[in-house]
Ligand binder design. Structure first.
Ligand code: ZN
Length: 120
């Protein structure tokens, strides 16, 4: 899957960026959607060095799949999805290539966004 967004590399890239997909030995919480990643499930672990500080972000498999579609940094995925809905720029073709759990997660966030718009 390719990414065609423009991205300012000056401030936002960490010095070290290591992505692995380990199997959970203990429960984790996804940094994007807050779901519990059960022991035995695969998840995405991003270890990064940014301005001299090490950070680790744990992401569930569906969110890890969704992130490149929306060119999102960590902990911004849900906002990126709802911004895309607001701006009428949802990458529908790329969403169609996601797994069913990932598509359902995106659709849930879009549905919540629409429900929020009704309240305004
Ligand atoms: Zn998640």
């Amino acid at each position: 899957m390719s990414c065609s967004c423009s991205y300012d590399p000056i401030d936002d890239y960490p010095d070290v960026w290591d992505v692995t997909t380990p199997k959970a030995r203990v429960e984790h919480v996804c940094c994007e959607c807050g779901v519990t990643i059960a022991k035995g499930e695969f998840y995405q672990r991003i270890k990064s060095l940014y301005d001299g500080y090490w950070m680790t972000h744990i992401t569930c498999s569906p969110c890890a799949e969704i992130r490149p579609v929306f060119c999102s940094n960590v902990e911004q995925l849900r906002d990126k999805v709802t911004d895309a809905v607001r701006d009428n720029y949802v990458p529908w073709a790329a969403l169609g290539e996601l797994s069913k759990p990932a598509r359902e997660k995106v659709c849930g966030w879009i549905e919540e966004r629409w429900e929020g718009m009704e309240d305004v």
